[in-house]
Design a protein around this ligand. Structure first.
Ligand SMILES: NC(=O)c1ccc[n+]([C@@H]2O[C@H](COP(=O)([O-])OP(=O)(O)OC[C@H]3O[C@@H](n4cnc5c(N)ncnc54)[C@H](OP(=O)(O)O)[C@@H]3O)[C@@H](O)[C@H]2O)c1
Length: 323
């Protein structure tokens, strides 16, 4: 595994981290989930990314991860870097969503209970909440650190102006933002322009999610919808309507490029995100240990020449692909 330093902090993270958004809930196989976590850890992936609402049902990914931790990894807590987040819908009710102080603090307590942890390594505000003053959200994160419930704090998906404001508030309290989480893939390059420099200048590490555009950049949909895929399982976040002709054609062209590099499309897509040196780590999602092991091979070949990068840009610019 390759480890990169996270912003101006003393923390190093593996360039590949494992996310538990899908495939770790109560509707999924516990044995497969356990095997993926243990395989990842064995391969040097020591960073696991969670959130209160991951499942389904919400909370079940944290509960299942907590079970794996306490049964199999208890002796390794100090070798693990575990994150969780609060801010998206957790339950129907006035306090079940948003980034108020009440929601952030209560949600962190609930997440600690579900994962059976004493503290998170990093706790995020999962989204900017326009209904809550940003000072209130940041103060709640700062308090979590002061209370020992989180070692570091992070922000996720904050728009550029709010991102800078968040860094300034955290910096003033001497609880600098460790990590900024943004969606980034060959199919979605917006954050590279809008958010990465701001994070780097503030000394925050950058961690990217959905590097395969939820599977579109694995090539798995290039010949239809496989029965065991995220789309076939009925995800609300990836639906048949997202499989446009333009996206599939772009994925097919990228697949040809990947073959010329002796990589799978998934491996090339992960390498492309990591080719940006501002990026500390990429959070991958996998539904099997085979996918995990195959994606791990990406780190063997991370470099691109100028022509390859240009060609990738042309493929997604004409027609414009975004997802
Ligand atoms: N901060 C935020 O708001 C936010 C939002 C989204 C995600 N995240 C984080 O980022 C993590 C990753 O997101 P993501 O799951 O969307 O990532 P992704 O890497 O773009 O997509 C992962 C999915 O692609 C498919 N896949 C992966 N490798 C494959 C391979 N080698 N061959 C074929 N198919 C492959 C699998 O889906 P199948 O089920 O089809 O096999 C897998 O579940 C999440 O778990 C979460 O921790 C954060």
């Amino acid at each position: 595994m390759i480890y990169r330093r996270c912003g101006h902090s003393g923390i190093k993270l593996p360039v590949l981290s494992l996310g538990l958004w899908h495939n770790f809930g109560d509707l999924d196989s516990y044995d497969v989930a356990r095997e993926m976590v243990l395989t990842a850890f064995g391969q040097g992936i020591c960073h696991f990314d969670l959130a209160n609402n991951y499942g389904p049902p919400p909370g079940s990914a944290e509960r299942n991860f907590g079970r794996i931790l306490s049964n199999d990894l208890k002796a390794h807590r100090d070798e693990l870097f575990i994150s969780s987040k609060a801010g998206h819908d957790m339950w129907n009710g006035v306090y079940g969503t948003g980034s108020s102080r009440k929601n952030i603090i209560a949600s962190c307590d609930q997440s600690l209970q579900r994962t059976r942890l004493d503290y998170f390594d990093v706790f995020y505000s999962h989204r900017y909440d326009p209904e809550t003053p940003i000072e209130e959200t940041m103060q709640a994160l700062i308090n979590l650190v002061r209370q020992g419930k989180a070692l570091y704090v992070g922000i996720s998906k904050y728009p550029a102006d709010k991102q800078a404001e968040a860094y300034a508030i955290l910096q003033a309290a001497k609880v600098p933002c460790l990590l900024s989480q943004y969606r980034c893939s060959i199919f979605d390059q917006k954050a590279k322009q809008a958010n990465f420099d701001c994070a780097t200048q503030a000394g925050s590490g950058i961690i990217c999610f959905s590097p395969l555009a939820q599977g579109l950049l694995s090539g798995k949909y290039n010949q239809g919808i496989p029965a065991d895929s995220r789309i076939a399982k009925g995800s609300i976040f990836l639906q048949p309507s997202h499989l446009t002709k333009e996206r599939i054609e772009a994925a097919q062209k990228l697949d040809e490029m990947a073959q010329n590099r002796h990589q799978t499309l998934a491996q090339m897509s992960l390498a492309w995100v990591l080719n940006d040196e501002r990026v500390t780590s990429v959070i991958i999602g996998t539904s099997s240990t085979q996918q995990l092991m195959s994606n791990l091979e990406a780190i063997k070949y991370l470099s691109f020449d100028r022509e390859e990068l240009q060609k990738i840009d042309e493929i997604v610019a004409n027609p414009l692909i975004s997802f």
